[in-house]
Design a protein around this ligand. Structure first.
Ligand SMILES: Cc1ncc(COP(=O)(O)O)c(C=O)c1O
Length: 376
C-alpha cells in the first residue's frame, strides 16, 4: 500500500484540474502578449482566471498578480514592500517559512533594514502584547507573520494582527500559502496588504502562485523585463498553470466544508490511534489542537527510540510518505528551524503527517498499524 501523508509539501493534482489544463497545453499556445487571435485567446484565459481568483478572495482582479509560486510572491511582497515603500523596520517570527525568513535576513544582513523578532510562547504562538510593543516603539513597520505554520500548524489570529497593524500604520504581509483555498478569505473586510498563494498546495499545478497586493499599496516589480502583469511581473505567463490554479481554487472552495470535515476526522483518528498505540507520544506546537490548528497538519513527537531518524525511512520503505521537517528538509529534522525554535527535544524523532481530501481511513489505519509495529 502507498500512502501519501505529505500534503503540506505538495498535493496531488486534482483530475478536474488536469482536464481543464490539457487542451491549453495541447493547443492554447498563444503568447498572451501577442495581439493576434492566438494571443488574444490566451490573454482572455489569464484574465478570466484573475477575475475568478479575485472573486474567491473578495478583492479586485487588479490586486492579483500571478507568480511562479509562493516563494516568489513572498519575496516580492517583502523586498518591494519594504524598499519601495521606504520602510526600514520589519517584524517577523523565528518560525516563518524560509521564503519569508531568508529574504528578510538578507535585507537585514546588508544593513538595509532593522529586523525584530516577536516573542513566541512554548507552543510557537505569537505574543500579541510583544507585537504591539514592537509596533509602538518603531516609527513604521512591515509585519510579516504567516497565517498557518507549515510544520506545526499554528494559526495566527489574522484579524487581530491586521487591526494592530492598522492601529500603528504598519504594512501587513501574511504568508497564506498553507491556508489558501482551505480557509475562506474576505479581503475587503480585513486590513491586510499582501497575501500569497501556491496552486500546488491545493491540488493545482506546481510552479504557479500569486501575490495579492492591496490596491492602496504602490510598489515596483520584483522581476524586471517585459510588461506582463500590468508591468508588475515580467515574463511570459504560464497560461495553463494559471488556468489550473484558478480551477483548483474552484474545486477546493466548492466543497471546502466537506473536505475540512473529512480531513479533521482523519486527523482525529490519527491522534487517537497514536495515543492508544504509542505510550509517551506528544505533539509539536498546536498541531493536535483540533479547535485551533491548520486541519491538514499533525506534527508528532515520538518517544525516544533506538531507530531514531530511521523512523522516517522505515515508514518510507513501508510505502508511507511523511516529512521529518519542512518540505525542503524532508528526511531530516536536524534542519527544522521551527522545531528547534520552539524547544522540541531533538533526540526524539518528530514527523509531520499532513492530510488531504484524497486520504482515507484505511490509509490512516495502515499507517497506525505500521507505527505500532515499529514501536513494539
Ligand atoms: C508556508 C509556505 N510558504 C511558502 C512556501 C513556498 O511555496 P512554493 O513552493 O510555491 O514556492 C511553502 C511551500 O513549502 C510554504 O509551506
Amino acid at each position: 500500500m502507498k500512502v501519501y501523508l505529505d500534503n503540506a509539501a505538495t498535493t496531488p493534482i486534482d483530475p478536474e484540474v488536469v482536464e481543464v489544463m490539457l487542451p491549453i497545453l495541447q493547443q492554447g499556445f498563444g503568447n498572451p502578449s501577442s495581439i493576434h487571435s492566438f494571443g488574444r485567446e490566451s490573454r482572455a484565459l489569464v484574465e478570466k482566471a484573475r477575475k475568478n481568483v479575485a472573486r474567491h478572495l473578495n478583492c479586485n482582479p487588479g490586486e492579483i498578480f500571478f507568480t511562479s509560486g509562493g516563494t516568489e510572491a513572498d519575496n516580492m511582497a517583502i523586498r518591494c514592500g519594504m524598499l519601495d515603500l521606504g520602510i526600514n523596520h520589519a517584524i517577523t517570527s523565528k518560525i516563518e517559512h524560509h521564503a519569508v525568513g531568508h529574504p528578510l535576513e538578507d535585507l537585514s544582513s546588508k544593513g538595509m533594514i532593522k529586523l525584530s523578532y516577536v516573542n513566541l510562547d512554548e507552543k510557537g504562538n505569537v505574543d500579541l502584547n510583544h507585537l504591539e510593543e514592537l509596533l509602538k516603539s518603531n516609527q513604521r513597520s512591515f509585519v510579516s507573520l504567516m497565517h498557518a505554520n507549515n510544520e506545526i500548524g499554528n494559526l495566527l489570529p489574522l484579524n487581530t494582527v491586521a487591526e494592530l497593524c492598522q492601529k500603528y500604520n504598519a504594512i501587513f504581509h501574511s504568508d497564506t500559502v498553507q491556508t489558501m483555498a482551505h480557509y475562506p478569505f474576505d479581503l475587503r473586510a480585513i486590513n491586510i496588504h499582501f497575501i500569497t498563494g501556491a496552486a500546488h498546495k491545493f491540488h493545482g499545478p506546481k510552479g504557479n502562485g500569486f501575490l495579492y497586493i492591496n490596491e492602496n499599496v504602490k510598489i515596483n516589480p520584483f522581476i524586471l523585463g517585459g510588461g506582463q502583469e500590468r508591468n508588475m511581473r515580467a515574463g511570459t505567463e504560464n497560461v495553463y498553470g494559471i488556468v489550473g490554479l484558478s480551477k483548483a481554487m474552484d474545486v477546493s472552495y466548492a466543497d471546502v466544508e466537506a473536505h475540512r470535515k473529512h480531513i479533521e476526522s482523519l486527523k482525529r483518528r490519527m491522534i487517537d490511534g497514536l495515543q492508544q498505540f504509542i505510550p509517551g507520544v506528544e505533539f509539536n506546537g498546536e498541531s493536535a489542537n483540533m479547535d485551533n490548528s491548520l486541519y491538514t497538519v499533525l506534527n508528532v513527537l515520538f518517544p525516544y527510540t533506538q531507530i531514531g531518524e530511521m523512523l522516517f525511512y522505515n515508514l518510507d520503505i513501508m510505502g508511507i510518505a511523511t516529512s521529518a521537517g519542512s518540505a525542503c528538509s524532508s528526511g531530516s529534522n536536524i534542519g527544522s528551524h521551527v522545531l528547534h525554535t520552539i524547544g522540541t527535544d531533538m533526540s526524539r524523532p518528530s514527523l509531520r503527517f499532513s492530510f488531504s481530501k484524497f486520504n482515507t481511513e484505511e490509509e490512516i489505519d495502515y499507517t497506525l498499524n505500521q507505527l505500532k509495529s515499529l514501536f513494539n
